[in-house]
Design a protein around this ligand. Structure first.
Ligand code: SDX
Length: 380
């Protein structure tokens, strides 16, 4: 049979100047900048969003103008927020995001045009922030919200979700999370979105397709699924028996572990872990962290020799919990999407503007050979 690359493993579908990953060495670079350097320099997430959409880091006036474009997106039309509030409060927040983005696909006058693609992408960051804040508040029984202007997306977002002025430590932690999840080359969600925009469908439809793929537990859904596993274990002294019962038996996968590209520690997992160590965990977040660190040791011991290590989703949920986001309704995956919307649109723009081709693979036929049609009345 002709060869099939299962799961498109190691198939290159585009070239990119955005993100590069060295899976063997555990290296992640955004347009040449090492992720650790960006985080240690205390970069504002909006600087990196600008980098992805414009190819260079902004100077002060470029950053200020870019942030104005993002903040113009905060004021999403009420019909977009109604696409969220019309659904039950038991909804999955990523599905709420999909619904609201579909409302933008239905109404925004978008056309692919080099002169305006980046402005739409910048505005979409702001729209996604108000959509995500409203989606989270909706499942928590609160009224819709539109973000208000401040000195950062992280601060505006936390203020909108929690109706209060966030601590500097919380703003810094969310800002870092927005950078860590911003892009990762062409994972399933980006690829899904690229297939959509390769037909010249609009940017919002591409994001809706990417959200649909991100939602699954093997991809972005792992951010929630990993924390759910820690919660299921319940306490650090239950880790070993749970591991034996569920992982050694092969019954379950260890969520937040393993990666199609990384065959060593995901550098983002290390950074999320260090945020969790230093953010001042208390209560449930502290308990889950103690479970996670014990689980990590067992997981690395068992799977490390096969190149299966913690990925970005292993510790991120604990950081989100420490920031006050409850573990429910796939909120943690929705926060992943809030950040990744920039990576998605940057890849869409790079593809449509510079290397566009309709994405249309083939399938190897293994069904019945040619045969005659037998009319119904003659069939036994
Ligand atoms: C993200 O691609 C990206 O860049 C994604 C991402 C991004 O930023 O966009 O990095 C974000 O999605 C991270 C991954 C989050 N997903 C999870 O944490 C879910 C658990 N992980 C696995 O399901 C798995 O590791 C995948 C899906 C992430 C990768 O899987 P592959 O490359 O398709 O590998 P596979 O499923 O074919 O597994 C190969 C072997 C299998 O064993 P065998 O059947 O050959 O005996 O490794 C085993 C698997 O059972 N394995 C695991 C495992 N991961 C792989 N066994 C137990 N627990 C795991 N987590």
């Amino acid at each position: 049979m002709e060869s099939i690359s299962k799961g498109l493993e190691d198939v290159n579908i585009k070239w990119t100047k955005l993100t590069t990953i060295d899976g063997e060495k555990g290296i992640l670079r955004y347009s040449g900048y090492q992720i650790e350097d960006i985080i240690n320099a205390g970069a504002l997430a909006e600087e990196i969003q600008y980098l992805f959409l414009n190819g260079e880091l902004p100077n002060r006036s470029q950053l200020d103008l870019f942030r104005e474009k993002i903040e113009a997106g905060y004021d999403v039309p009420d019909y977009v927020l109604n696409a969220i509030t019309n659904l039950p409060r038991s909804s999955d927040v990523v599905a709420l995001q999909m619904n609201a983005i579909a409302a933008l696909a239905a109404t925004e006058p978008f056309k692919w045009d080099k002169a305006t693609n980046r402005d739409y992408a910048a505005k979409l960051i702001g729209q996604m922030a108000s959509i995500t804040a409203t989606g989270i508040r909706h499942v928590l029984g609160k009224e819709p919200v539109k973000l208000k202007s401040s000195d950062s997306l992280a601060r505006s977002f936390l203020s909108a979700v929690f109706d209060s002025e966030p601590s500097e430590r919380a703003v810094a932690a969310l800002n870092t999370a927005l950078i860590l999840y911003l892009d990762h080359e062409v994972p399933a969600s980006t690829t899904a979105g690229l297939v959509v925009v390769s037909t010249m469908a609009d940017m919002y439809s591409g994001v809706a397709g990417a959200l649909a793929a991100l939602k699954g537990p093997l991809h972005g859904g792992a951010a929630e699924a990993a924390a759910m596993q820690f919660k299921e274990i319940g306490s650090p002294d239950m880790v070993e028996s749970w591991f034996k019962e569920n992982i050694d038996s092969g019954k379950k996968r260890l969520m937040g572990f393993g990666h199609r590209v990384y065959k060593t520690y995901d550098p983002r997992a290390k950074i999320f872990k260090s945020i969790a160590e230093n953010i001042g965990l208390t209560g449930e977040a502290k308990n889950l962290y103690e479970i996670a660190t014990k689980l990590e040791k067992l997981g690395v011991n068992k799977f490390g020799p096969r190149g299966i290590y913690p990925n970005t989703d292993f510790y991120s949920g604990i950081v989100y919990m420490a920031l006050g986001f409850p573990l429910q309704n796939n909120i943690y995956t929705a926060l992943f999407a809030l950040s990744r919307v920039t990576g998605w649109t940057a890849h869409f723009i790079e593809y449509v503007e510079e290397q566009h081709r309709l994405i249309r693979p083939r399938a190897v036929y293994v069904g019945p050979q040619e045969r005659k049609y037998i009319p119904l009345q003659e069939r036994k």
